[in-house]
Design a binder for this molecule. Structure first.
Ligand code: ACO
Length: 438
């Protein structure tokens, strides 16, 4: 029940049915989206916590970066639609918007891009870290380690209370993570690391560091560079998802930004989050041929079977993920540029999408393709192994993580994040000496 208090602040009154006690909680309204009930005084006033495992009904912060309307399939960064950004902008322009609030003007764009380019190299000592890893290590395991290790190298930007140092760390992370990601790939295939080339754009340089070799000039495909940039834009930020919340929570303890982003990378690795695009390709390979699609759809619907249709469903989107539509088109462009006709994976993905979208199970549960459904097909066509897919997601999402961290650090007061719990363990009991335990 909601009512109006004297000062015109909307409130929500919560009543304990047993005692009749009630508590008036303020309702806060944002620019878009559902309003929230501010429960910060709830415990002090009632002695109760709220219970919301998995945070399905909890807003953890105020943010001005990204808005998602999951019912309508809308995604805005700083108010700009994802379709406009992916169709008309560049990844570094989007990064500027997320970090500073607006798309850059010409001079700001030049300055920002120059600054990111200036920071693309990593300390030469970092190369030795790689040699300590097995060649067959999962690239995400290497990324967790080397990104956290950056904090051991850049002591001049670790003071989180200095805005200039925060900005320097943000630029370093955006610039160096692609270099580390490419090194991770090169290490896994036994090729020499390629130093960044600052005459190239962000995405061109990344492709060059991944696929260039010292023995011959690298021939850049503008279509692939454009698709890479789109993939980065589409993964740049997605409000308070699991990895971003991890970065914010780590940051709330005043940990340094390199450590916080490493925590985000660890969270992103899971197949329910960033690992899903790898899982999509593995699933398509497992299905094998179109005639086996019904068998796998039946398994996805069977509650006794742990199999899920990877790349389908989303915690927030209950409509088409707007990023999936952009990627579906990009997948066609990339395959055409590469001269791939009738790619069996793309055909199977489209057939799977078609059948699933007509199936009452998926329709009733509002399960639509998400961003991961088509991204894997593009990345595979570009030449990336599936194990690198989540790493590429991390390259893009670094922008979101660090922009969200920066926003949090700019709040007038920061408190450590500390959820509570509903304890369901043993009640208090006497200690039993070892000799007397049964
Ligand atoms: N295949 C089959 N059934 C599904 C799927 C799926 N991919 N996703 C959800 N469902 C079903 C659930 O079994 C549940 O059915 P029920 O109501 O009969 O119990 C219902 O749809 C609701 O699903 P939840 O699990 O409650 O949805 P939740 O919001 O917790 O999960 C998630 C979202 C994790 C993304 C889920 O849809 C999933 O596992 N999808 C596959 C993995 C994937 O693609 N992840 C990428 C997410 S996007 C990203 O991180 C970039």
């Amino acid at each position: 029940m909601s009512d109006q208090a004297n000062n015109n602040e909307k409130t929500f009154t919560l009543t304990n049915d047993e005692t009749g006690e009630s508590c008036k909680l303020p309702i806060k309204t944002g620019t878009h989206g559902p309003s929230v009930i501010d429960i910060r005084k709830l415990y002090a006033e009632t002695g109760h916590f709220t219970f919301d495992p998995s945070f399905t009904a909890t807003g953890s912060c105020k943010s001005r970066l990204t808005f998602i309307d999951g019912e309508e399939g809308i995604l805005l960064h700083r108010g700009y639609s994802i379709e406009d950004l992916a169709g008309k902008s560049t990844f570094l322009e989007v990064a500027h918007a997320l970090l500073y609030g607006d798309l850059p003007n010409k001079a700001e764009k030049e300055d920002f891009e120059k600054d990111i380019r200036y920071h693309t190299m990593v300390n030469e000592q970092v190369h030795y870290f790689f040699r300590g890893f097995r060649r067959d290590a999962h690239p995400m395991s290497i990324m967790c380690g080397v990104v956290a290790a950056l904090s051991a190298f850049y002591h001049d930007s670790l003071d989180i209370w200095e805005p200039e140092q925060r900005e320097l760390s943000a630029h370093r992370l955006i610039a160096k993570i692609p270099t580390l990601a490419a090194m991770t790939y090169k290490y896994s295939i036994g090729q020499p690391f390629m130093y960044p080339r600052n005459d190239l754009s962000f995405s061109e340089n990344f492709l060059y560091m991944c696929f260039g070799v010292p023995a011959e000039p690298y021939v850049m495909s503008p279509v692939l560079a454009d698709a890479m940039d789109k993939i980065f834009i589409l993964h740049a930020d997605h409000e308070q998802n699991a990895s971003t919340s991890t970065v914010r929570l780590a940051g709330s303890s005043q940990a340094n930004p390199f450590a916080c982003v490493a925590a985000g990378i660890a969270c992103l690795w899971g197949p329910s989050h960033g690992g899903a695009n790898q899982a999509v390709l593995e699933m398509l390979a497992e299905i094998g041929t179109k005639d086996r699609i019904p068998e796998f759809l039946a398994r996805a619907k069977d509650k006794e079977d742990p199999f899920r249709l990877m790349g389908f469903g989303h915690r927030v989107y209950k409509n088409m993920d707007p990023r999936a539509g952009v990627l579906k088109k990009a997948a066609h462009d990339v395959l055409e540029d590469l001269g791939v006709k009738d790619d069996p994976l793309l055909e199977m993905a489209m057939e799977l999408e078609r059948i699933a979208l007509e199936d009452p199970y998926f329709v009733e549960r509002k399960l639509f393709p998400n961003v991961d459904f088509y991204s894997g097909i593009i990345l595979k066509a570009m030449g990336f192994p599936t194990s690198m897919f989540t790493v590429l997601f991390a390259v893009a999402r670094t922008v979101g993580w660090i922009s969200q961290w920066k926003e949090m650090m700019e709040e007038p007061s920061i408190k450590i994040g500390r959820p509570r719990q509903l304890y369901t363990g043993e009640p208090s009991r006497p200690y039993v000496p070892l000799a007397k335990r049964k």
